[in-house]
Ligand binder design. Structure first.
Ligand code: UD1
Length: 358
């Protein structure tokens, strides 16, 4: 059986690693990794392949950054000949980035079977590019593998045939559990000179937060206030850095701004944080898996299980952020949602091997 994995952006890589590892244990499977090149900086891409022990991509489509339409079109144009030449039994796409939706469109037009890992998540907010990518990909996929029960419920409500849907659990948590010992041993947090459970970790990159100067400024003010009381570590996404170059950054005050951190470094910082402030999808899940309080700077989430069963809280009113962060702490007992057990990759591999969907 020949399987082509398509990845392109940072959060895809953590999802690919456990699936590729599980598939490599099945006899008679050939795997090909296609990197679209949506993310291309060493800190956004190669360093993740190293930490996650993923084989080098067999092919890099080198599409780079561009508008959504141009980036999506470039991926489609460059991926189509790969599918025609390789004739895979399955193409596997991950998550909700532009690379995911672009590859899905190519496969469905060529009649090649498509599997979506992390299917069924919905924020209900179509102003998010990721929500459009999720809707398109799930509409087209032949096999939809969900990380949590709400995923299956959303898909059934949208009329997807039940035979195409399978609950496999959360592959991101596989990577987390696999990587945690190496992350702890990396000494990343210690080198920054911050103590266990004494600091806030911040990540921000959503256009809805960083592309609106007044909102970005308001968030920076809060972070500056929090940093008066505890260390604030802020690895900065290139999009955010570029937005801040044209703004007065003085309100950030004592906040420690870093380059984007590698996978193990980020995991080390997350596992030991007193609190995480973010707009990332992955960190909402990782903090729940680790029992770390998380404040998400968004009005909605496609990962409601992190709120109902985990440690995540949406911050709808930014004026509350400083107080929320300063008064939060860990609450003890850790329980992970069903299927967030480190074996989701094996279940994805089994679903692909048994896949009977036409
Ligand atoms: C993309 C995903 C988002 C995901 C995020 C994780 C889409 C629509 N968005 O957002 O869902 O949460 O990745 O990081 O697919 N840039 C660099 N170096 C890089 C990559 C990007 O400098 O290696 C800069 C460029 O200025 C680029 C900007 O970041 O224009 C945005 O990159 P892009 O891939 O379009 O979206 P992200 O904001 O990274």
């Amino acid at each position: 059986m020949k399987i082509v994995h398509v990845v392109g952006a940072r959060p895809n890589f953590m999802k690919l690693a456990p699936v590729a590892r599980a598939l490599s244990k099945h006899a008679g499977v050939t795997q090909l990794i296609v990197h679209t090149g949506q993310h291309y900086d060493e800190a956004m891409s190669e360093s993740f392949f190293r930490d996650l022990e993923i084989a080098k991509p067999d092919l890099n489509l080198e599409v780079g950054s561009a508008s959504h339409a141009v980036q999506t079109a470039r991926i489609m144009e460059r991926f189509e000949p790969v599918v025609l030449q390789e004739k895979p039994d399955w193409v596997v796409v991950y998550g909700d980035v532009n690379s995911t939706a672009a590859a899905a469109l190519v496969c469905s037009k060529l009649g090649v079977r498509l599997c979506h890992v992390e299917a069924g998540l919905r924020s209900g907010d179509r102003s998010m590019p990721e929500e459009i990518n999720r809707l398109v990909t799930d509409r087209l996929a032949d096999l939809l593998l969900t990380p949590s029960p709400d995923g299956g419920e959303n898909l059934l409500r949208e009329g997807v045939e039940p035979s195409r849907i399978q609950f496999v659990g959360n592959v991101m948590v596989d990577s987390l559990l696999h990587g945690l010992p190496a992350a702890r041993a990396s000494g990343f947090r210690e080198r920054l000179g911050v103590m266990e459970e004494s600091y806030a970790l911040v990540t921000l990159h959503r256009p809805s937060n960083v592309d609106i100067p007044e909102r970005l400024n308001r968030i920076c003010q809060s972070l500056g206030e929090i940093a008066e009381h505890m260390p604030v570590i802020f690895p900065m996404h290139p999009r955010t850095r570029s937005r801040l170059t044209n703004m007065d950054r003085s309100s950030l005050g004592k906040v420690t701004v870093l380059e984007p951190t590698p996978y193990h470094g980020t995991l080390d910082l997350t596992a030991s944080a007193r609190v995480v402030i973010t707009d990332s999808g992955g960190l909402q899940e990782e903090t729940t898996a680790l029992g770390v309080p998380c404040f998400t700077l968004r009005d909605n989430t496609e990962r409601p299980i992190t709120v109902t069963e985990g440690t995540n809280q949406l911050v709808l009113d930014l004026s509350k952020l400083t107080e929320l962060a300063l008064t939060s702490g860990r609450t003890g007992a850790l329980s992970r949602p069903k299927g967030w057990d480190g074996r989701a990759g094996e279940r994805v591999a089994a679903a692909l091997m048994n896949g009977t969907v036409q």
